[in-house]
Design a protein around this ligand. Structure first.
Ligand SMILES: NC(=O)c1ccc[n+]([C@@H]2O[C@H](COP(=O)([O-])OP(=O)(O)OC[C@H]3O[C@@H](n4cnc5c(N)ncnc54)[C@H](O)[C@@H]3O)[C@@H](O)[C@H]2O)c1
Length: 254
């Protein structure tokens, strides 16, 4: 994948998909700058990287805080001496229709899922433009393209990420910077499992049922998304700019 020695900043690196991205980057020989909202969130990926003698720099940042977002790419560059790739993976999901959506649900969803991506991309693109190259991979969602039911705030934020990706992919291709997004459908991570718990379902049982709704036979495992993200981050996707890549096992949103 040509990611060897590339400096890659990953947000939400301690989460379900984030950990799988870090595992994939370890296999690729990348220099990983792993960011999450606390060091506790990063302990497992740090240990895994150390076990494989991989280069990993942990960086704590709260993406609900504007100044943390603005500074993160520069901090990553200082640690890795350059910044080749930004993977905007962190995100949160607030559930419910518009009547269920509190002011706090709305403002936190917009802050972490939208404003953080704007600030991180802006800072990273300044650095990448001066380097003459770079790649950004955003995590949108199939639900940002075809909204699923009763996730009003979440779907709105993911649609914004899809739009930002298309704009940036077009605006910065001539700067040597490629911006693309992965759009997963359901993925077996804490985000999905806690949703079942909140609604009083046993996550394992609920995922078993959900698996039967997917033509390929199972909802995505995090590594099945991480592999696509690695592809978009790498030179293998060198002619792709502003793409929204749906990764859905053949299952449409309904
Ligand atoms: N799981 C799914 O079904 C699914 C489907 C489509 C898209 N996605 C997207 O994939 C991405 C990863 O989600 P996941 O499923 O691995 O969920 P997850 O909950 O396991 O991971 C999310 C990560 O984001 C981090 N994060 C949340 N708020 C933060 C903040 N304020 N500051 C810094 N970090 C913060 C969390 O600490 C966590 O590490 C998200 O953008 C999500 O919307 C997930």
């Amino acid at each position: 994948m040509n990611l060897k020695d590339k400096v890659v900043l990953v947000t939400g690196a301690g989460g379900g998909i984030g950990s799988a991205i870090v595992n994939r980057l370890i296999r690729e020989g990348a220099v990983i700058v792993a960011s999450d909202r606390s060091l506790d969130h990063l302990q497992d990926v740090i240990k895994t990287a150390e076990r494989h003698h991989a280069k990993i720099y942990p960086l704590v940042a709260d993406l609900a805080v504007k100044s943390d977002c603005d500074k993160l790419p520069q901090r990553a560059k200082e640690m890795g001496q350059k910044l080749d790739v930004l993977i905007n993976n962190a995100g949160l999901m607030r559930r419910g229709n518009i009547l269920d959506t509190t002011d706090e649900d709305w403002s936190l969803s917009m802050a972490v899922n939208v404003e953080a991506i704007f600030r991180l991309c802006r800072s990273a693109i300044r650095i990448m433009k001066s380097q003459g190259h770079g790649a950004i991979v955003n995590t949108a969602s199939c639900w940002g393209i075809y909204p699923g039911p009763n996730h009003f705030a979440y779907c709105t934020t993911k649609a914004a990420i899809a739009a930002m990706t298309r704009c940036l992919g077009r605006d910065h291709a001539a700067d040597g910077i490629r911006v693309n997004a992965v759009c997963p459908n359901e993925v077996n991570t804490p985000m999905l499992r806690t949703g079942f718990e909140i609604r009083g379902f046993d996550p394992a049982e609920a995922i078993g049922k959900l698996n039967k709704t997917v033509p390929l036979g199972h909802i995505a495992e995090p590594d099945e998304i991480a592999d696509v993200i690695a592809f978009l981050a790498s030179n293998e996707s060198r002619y792709m700019c502003g793409a929204l890549l749906e990764v859905n096992g053949g299952k449409p949103v309904y």
